[in-house]
Design a protein around this ligand. Structure first.
Ligand code: C5P
Length: 285
């Protein structure tokens, strides 16, 4: 039996940090949404009680270090299953980019195995299981527009964004989330206006959305990787209406209302940045 799952990338529309927690994580408040750039996850039922994973990208491990492998293991343990699976991942989302690619693959494995082995778990149950794998996995299980609180794993669905596009520019570096969080000094952070972003989603007001997107981690990432700030400045100069870094970076997101403008910005940025994409924000509600 073979089964396919799409694993879409996420972008942040806001990311705020409220404080440091006793468990070493940070209390966050972040609004995320889903875009039409996606990995493709194929699941093959196999005879043997084992998990295999392979991805067509040199930066993604083909073993138990892969979050998709960990997801399958957690799923098998939780539901006490002795079935085996081979996981094949076609990577289209850049790796270590702040776009949630690894988390989305893991979430796709949870959804896919739930179907393949007819377990009947709800999305909320899968999200709870996913929280043990990474803070962004519960959001990716739902793959919608949502606010994540706690360490990011408490997800509440929001209205989807107004119809618009995003230019994604990923500088040629990969960033591990913990490296950025480790450098956070909570008192020195910028705080985006989360409530105003929520209002702009409720009102489907693109201008207000673009004016209020923001990411508290930008300053931290910029201080370690100045090139990310340069890309952000280029994106602003090129005319994007709202610009922010996604997650802990390094991908910079430029929101625009019309595809023609997105294409213009894409063409302008390609000279400075190897990996540039135009994506559409998905309306999943
Ligand atoms: O949950 P996840 O494994 O994706 O987090 C990776 C790292 O990012 C954590 O080990 C932690 O250092 C940092 N982190 C944090 N606060 C969060 C989320 C992640 O400090 N809310």
């Amino acid at each position: 039996m073979i089964l396919f799952e799409r694993a879409p990338a996420k972008i942040n529309l806001s990311l705020d940090i409220l404080g440091k927690r006793d468990d070493g994580y940070h209390e966050v408040e972040m609004i995320m949404t889903t875009v039409d750039l996606a990995d493709r996850v194929e699941l093959y039922a196999i005879e043997e009680d084992t998990i295999e994973v392979s991805a067509d990208n040199q930066y993604v491990p083909n073993d138990e270090r892969n979050l998709a492998y960990k997801a399958a293991l957690a799923f098998k343990n939780k539901y006490q299953l002795t079935n085996g699976v081979h996981i094949e991942i076609e990577k289209n989302i850049p790796v270590s980019a702040g776009l949630g690619g690894g988390s989305s693959d893991a979430a796709a494995v949870l959804r896919g195995l739930n179907r393949m082995w007819s377990v009947g778990a709800s999305l909320d149950e899968l999200a709870e299981l996913g929280a043990g794998l990474g803070s962004d996995v519960p959001f990716c299980v739902h793959s919608t527009t949502a606010i994540g609180t706690g360490r990011g794993e408490k997800v509440r669905e929001l209205d989807s964004p107004p119809r618009c596009y995003a230019v994604l520019a990923k500088p040629n570096i990969g960033i591990s989330t913990w490296i950025i969080f480790e450098k956070v000094v909570v008192d020195e952070l910028f705080h985006p206006d989360t409530q105003e972003v929520i209002h702009s989603l409720e009102d489907k007001n693109f201008t207000n959305l673009a004016a209020n997107v923001g990411n508290a981690l930008e300053r931290v990432t910029f201080s370690l990787y100045p090139n990310v700030e340069r890309i952000k400045n280029k994106m602003v100069q090129a005319g994007a209406d709202g610009v922010l870094m996604s997650g802990s970076g390094p991908t910079v997101v430029g929101l625009v209302e019309h595809f023609s403008k997105a294409k213009r910005i894409y063409n302008g940025l390609r000279g400075f940045c190897d990996e540039v994409y135009v994506v559409q924000l998905l309306d999943r509600r």
